[in-house]
Design a protein around this ligand. Sequence first.
Ligand code: MRU
Length: 366
Amino acid sequence: MKVGDIHYRSIWRDAATDEIRVIDQRWLPHEFRVVALDTLADFATAIRDMWVRGAPLIGATAAYGVARQMARDPSDESLATAYHVLHATRPTAINLRWALDDLKARLMPLVPADRASAALARADAICDEDVAVNRAIGGHALRLIEEIAARKGGEPVNILTHCNAGWLATVDWGTATSPIYQAAEAGIPVHVWVDETRPRNQGAQLTAWEMAGHGIPHHLIVDNAGGHLMQRGQVDMVITGTDRTTATGDVCNKIGTYLKALAARDTGVPFYVALPSSTIDWTVSDGLSEIPIEERDGREVTHVYGVRQDGQTDWVRISPEGSPGGNPAFDVTPARLVTGLVTERGIAEASAEGLLALFPERRPNR
Ligand code: MRU
């Protein structure tokens, strides 16, 4: 998508230098910084410390991390090290393991001399596929927005989203935001309620920046406002992303997603989740007991990052010095609260049968 007049992806291989470049998301929306990642340690740090974040982008970054490592040392041991180091960076988003498994399965049968070029080509392809998949997701969810728009007779469709499942969280388009961008392009009036998404404020810092950058009407709201707005009929649909969806349709996503789903169910607001199939963990059937939930530093809760009155950016503490922060980063929304899963192949009911109907190759004993 665009930053000013320039089209960016969130990660790319520079045509002139061959460097792998990413937008360093830690500084948005206050500063737009691009950094090059080179060593395995660079890639691991970028994922762990959230220079890049969002499930699909984490996977794409890991793929380039393997490729760079293969260029240095294409041995079996080096591939195993790259897998281990990158896999240990963040525990919840399954796209990380998906990308690493994909690379490992393709590279292991090759002689070491062929691995670097194969890994780089596959990392490039993962990025291009992600863009196509997200565009397709947006096309399917656009139909939902069109249906609501037709009922509202020209009034804006009010969409609530949580965290950032935007183009910054993917290679381009985003998952939850893809239909929003496509609706805006089609001239359908939309308005987005952007959850701030404490504690890392991905909504306030990233989704709001994306919406503003593309001229999408939106309001930033505190995380606690969504239920109230739904009760008053001011939300037509909720659409979020996910870090891992089980084979039975349970959705693990940014902390606070579950509360939005509960409020949506209570008020009759449809609650959709947009995801590439690389976010489905076919090995897991119970999201609550089987998905590792990342616990992050409590300082992300006790401190906030922003612009001071003198214009400088800074972290400030918002709580008593002696109060430790507790920081579970994700929660699980049971499938029964999810109206539909929007994938690149279409919209599935959030159930094992619903997903298998769209992905029949995953049926056991086929
Ligand atoms: O901790 P983050 O910022 O990596 O969490 C991101 C999310 O929870 C997104 O909703 C999810 O990864 C889907 S991104 C298309």
